[in-house]
Design a protein around this ligand. Structure first.
Ligand code: KIV
Length: 276
């Protein structure tokens, strides 16, 4: 059964999202294009222009080669295609780790060029100074702790974080550092439920889980994963809600068959043709 939400007339702000701590679950999904943003906008609270676009749209092996220009182009498209969701754009690898000043330049450029509400960046304790630098200069930040894909090479792959006592402590410390630095919310990716639950109980800002159990204040997922469009690999935490990949393949096969059999275009699709 679908939930009927009250009609929204204005865009949700980062403060609206922050105020949802402990309330109704926050619904987030990735979006990389205007048409997809238009389809998803009314159903969700946050559209994240994630750097997963490198893998999902560009066929890259990981997110490391995604550039600020790519984020700006896709971020602007998502803002144009949506009306009421809060739009957050990922800061790509290399654009913010060097220094708080470099992070500010990249984030300000992304905000100015896209019109997004805030940026997301990966990392906990090590990024706290940068998050504070951005927030105190007018840039809302969504944090991202747990399994942070831009550090997959350091982790030795896309590995679940927080499984050992030390690991759990480290993820919790990261989350608290992100909260203390002034982030308005944080993604917790791929960790075990007790860790996500403890963080959610102990921080005052919303936690948004992906592979981090229902204990979080909200959930985020890659749209193409749940729609069955991205099929290179499917993480355990993905539930398929549609098989659009198969639908697309069938539709293009039917089009190709029609063209080859000269059934398309027919009278309905030709200018000036008399309909029989
Ligand atoms: O890049 C992305 O899409 C993300 C989400 C999966 C959280 O960071």
């Amino acid at each position: 059964m679908s939930t009927v939400l009250p009609t929204r007339h204005t865009r949700l702000s980062v403060r609206d999202i922050e105020a949802r701590k402990g309330g109704d679950p926050i619904v987030c999904i990735t979006s990389y294009s205007a048409p997809m943003a238009k389809l998803m906008d009314e159903h969700v609270d946050v559209l994240l222009v994630g750097d997963t676009m490198g893998m999902v749209l560009y066929g890259l092996e990981n997110t490391l080669a995604v550039s600020v220009d790519m984020m700006v182009n896709h971020g602007a498209a998502v803002v144009r295609g949506s009306q009421t969701s809060c739009i957050v754009v990922d800061m790509p690898f290399g654009s913010y780790q060097g220094s708080p000043e470099a992070a500010f330049d990249a984030a300000a450029h992304i905000m100015a060029e896209t019109g997004c509400a805030g940026v997301k960046l990966e990392g906990g304790c090590v990024m706290a100074e940068t998050i504070e630098f951005l927030v105190t200069r007018g840039i809302p930040v969504m944090g991202h702790v747990g399994m942070t894909p831009q550090s997959a090479n350091v982790f030795g792959g896309f590995k679940t974080q927080g499984k050992s006592d030390d690991g759990a402590r480290a993820v919790l410390e990261d989350a608290k550092a992100v909260e203390g630095a002034g982030a308005f919310s944080m993604v917790i990716e791929q960790t075990i439920e007790p860790v996500a639950q403890r963080i959610t109980e102990e921080v005052s800002i919303p936690t948004i889980g992906i592979g981090a159990s229902p204990a979080c204040d909200g959930q985020i997922i890659v749209a193409e994963d749940i729609l069955g469009i991205f099929q290179d690999f499917t993480p355990k935490f993905v539930k398929r809600y549609a098989e659009l990949g198969a639908n697309i393949s069938d539709a293009v096969q039917a089009y190709a068959d029609d063209v080859r059999a000269r059934r398309f275009p027919s009278a309905d699709h030709i200018y000036g043709a008399k309909k029989s």
